[in-house]
Every structure is written in structure tokens, then in C-alpha cells.
Design a protein around this ligand. Sequence first.
Ligand SMILES: Nc1ncnc2c1ncn2[C@@H]1O[C@H](COP(=O)(O)OP(=O)(O)OP(=O)(O)O)[C@@H](O)[C@H]1O
Ligand SMILES: [Mg+2]
Length: 441
Amino acid sequence: MTKALASIGRGFVCLDARFRIVHASELVDRLLQPGAAEELRGRDIEDMLGADLFGQDGPLRQALIKGERREGWRATLQFRGAGPSLVSLTVAPLQAESPGVCDSRIAYIVVLRPAAEEEVPDSGGPTFFSGAIAASPAMLQIFRLIENLRQSEATVLITGESGTGKEVVARAIHQHSPRHEGPFIAVNCGALPGELLESELFGHARGAFTGAHRDRVGRFELASKGTLFLDEIGDLPPPFQVKLLRVLQERTYERVGESESRMSDARIIAATNVDLRRALAEGRLREDLYYRLRVVPIDVPPLRRRREDVQPLANHLLTRASSQHGLVKRLSPQAMRVLLDYSWPGNIRELANAIEYAVAVSRKETILPEDLPAEVLKPHAEAAPADPPGPPEPPRRKAGGPEMERILAALQAHRWNREEAAHALGLHRSTLWRKMREFRL
Ligand SMILES: Nc1ncnc2c1ncn2[C@@H]1O[C@H](COP(=O)(O)OP(=O)(O)OP(=O)(O)O)[C@@H](O)[C@H]1O
Ligand SMILES: [Mg+2]
């Protein structure tokens, strides 16, 4: 059976009750490297599919512990130097329905398939891509691009508003590059004045300037065999732009106070939240440098233009924030609704802050709308219709009960897509609508 499935590109990983790998099928060898499946035996599934999903508080570990299955999630498979490789995942507790597949130690089963085979993810689960989480078509397209770049060392320019995840994307590119075993060195170019920036990036010789007591290795050198991430590239001083252009073109540079040229072997990824076209038009950015940086441009859209990401990100950030406090928290559907409706000018960083705030102030296990920061809540309060005069206000929410819970769970599982949720519940769309109104969801 394993063989037959492998030929159509599916594989299994069988786990014991402590999430250790009892058996990994040969697809894992093909996706990683020969011998990987054997080497993985006895290790935690987390070593292969990452802590975001399978760490102590990871959503897939938690679902399995609760005896639930999850379908259509996507994650990067990685082990030692091999991978990462994007796979589609279904996880399930092993029940009587699959007898004879594995032995009695097996508590859970993970079915995987190379995600490259599917154009569109088959169901609505989120994708965990080397530290970046998303469900929106726009971000999934960026993940696909990163996968396609995996053999490349081309210079990448990442643009996007503050807090959209440019650094997360840069790290994912590095993780998926031929240099993933080398270092990822980040430099915030915006934070340093010209001279300091030069010595930071290129290094300096002893005595090059007051205070230079010894030779210093620059970031270009530290990043050799790896990736140099030049963040906040939008406002580089013009003399420095010339020097940077030279490294990009000729791969040579000198340490400050030294005449000997050095060769750079660093892959460059640059990022900015500044509108570079405007910087070009205003003469603040050299055109030749711009085009040298922009070999592969990636624009990370603001969160308000990829609402599908709000829920998976919120859940992930909540897990992260609450486990830091040793708590278990969840977002009430109403609080999630507020998060989905807000415009997030500060993007994911603002979302992370809002969640941390809510974890800190909420008294109960469930985070309610009023636990969210005022600015997130405010537009919602303003948009809500005023109390009708005269007749008493209907109850805020009918005592929900199991039906409401069931509807809620379905809506969440289908990212508030009513059509899909109705289908999953076996209800007519208009019935679901009516019930949502009734329960004030
Ligand atoms: N897709 C994502 N999945 C998980 N976490 C994310 C994602 N995008 C961003 N984050 C988190 O949001 C925060 C901001 O991300 P990041 O630092 O990459 O943004 P940025 O675009 O570089 O922002 P800035 O322009 O302000 O430097 C970080 O804590 C990061 O971990
Ligand atoms: Mg950044």
C-alpha cells in the first residue's frame, strides 16, 4: 500500500504517542535525501516539520492530542542539510479505520504529498513556509516564487509597508537557497550614518579612524557562503551607494583604511519600505543601483489586502504569546471578527502587538473583543449600529449551545467562507445566514 501511494506521490510518517517517528516512507527520502527516512526514525516529528506546527503548543500537535484530524495544511519539510521542500499535510490520530498500516506503537499518522504537484492548495489549511505563515493567494504566490528561486543566487529586492514581513520573506529565501547552510547576516542600513555603515559592511583596518583599535571583519565577509540582508536600503547616503554598486557589479570592496581589495561572496537580499520609484525620481537613489538590486523584485502586500492571512497569523501569534506566559488562550469568534475587520496600518507587527496586549489584559482563557487594544476595537464600535430607540435591544447573543459551537467551528475551519461552511455543515446557504444572524456571529 505504501508503494502504491508513493508512486502517485504520497507518503506516510507514522508517529508514536510521544510524536516520535516510528516509520517514514520512501517519499521522505525522495523529498529530502536518500537515507533521511531511516535517519529520522526515533526523532520527534518537530525535527522534520518544524516547531511552528509540531512544537509543544503547535497547532497540529495539539489537534492530534485532542483526537482531531487536520487536512490540507502545508509546511516545509526539512532535515539537517536537506530540504526544505513544501508538502501538503493531512494529520490524523490512528483509529480502527486504518488497520494493518502500521504497528501497535502508532498513535498518529501524517500523510504528505509534494505541494508543488498542486496548483492551488486543495483545502483551506494555512501554509507554514520556513517561519512564514499564510493562506492568502498573494502570499502563496510569493512562497511559490521562493521555491522557484531555490537554485538561484540572484539579488532580490523586497518592498512592502512596515511590518508586512519583509525580513521573514528574506529569511525564507535564504532557507530555500543553495546557501541555506551558510549564515544569514542582517544589517539595518537605515540605523547607521555613512562612515559607520561602511565600516560595518566592509570592515576596517586597525587605526583607520579614532577608536579603531583593531582590525574588524565586515558584514560582507561574515556573510560569505551565506546571505547578506541589507534592510532599510531606501535612504543610503550617495557616496555609499557608489560603493555598494561596485560590490554588486564587480564583487570587490576594500576595508576602511585599507587599499587591498577583497572579493565578496555574499548573496544579497535588500529590503525597504520606502517608495524607491519616488526616491529615483527625486534623485535620492541611483538608477544603476536600483536596477542592480531589483533583479528579482518581491512586493509583500499589506495585511489589509490579504485578509485570509489574519486568522492563521492571529492563531499563530496567540500560541506564541500565550506560551511565553505559560497560558492557554483562545480568541472568541467575536474578537476574531474584530481582528478581521480592522485595517492593520502597522501590518503583522501591529497584529502581534495587539495579540500580546490581549494576552496580557484578558482575565479568562478566552480573549474577548474588549480585551483588544482600543484602536483596533474603535472602528468596530463606531461602525456598529446605534441602539434602536424604543423596543428593548435583542439579547446580545442567544445562549449558543452546541449548535452555535458547531457553526462557529465550521466557519473558522473554512475561514469564514459561508458557502464552504454551509456545505460542510450540510445546511443551505440561506439557513446558515439565518443562524449566523440568530447567534450574532
Ligand atoms: N507571514 C508571517 N508569518 C509569521 N510571522 C510573520 C509573518 N510576517 C511577519 N511576521 C512577524 O511580524 C513581525 C514583523 O515582520 P518583519 O520584521 O519581517 O517585517 P518588516 O516588513 O521587515 O517590517 P519593517 O519594515 O518595519 O522592518 C515579526 O515579528 C515577524 O515575525
Ligand atoms: Mg524589517
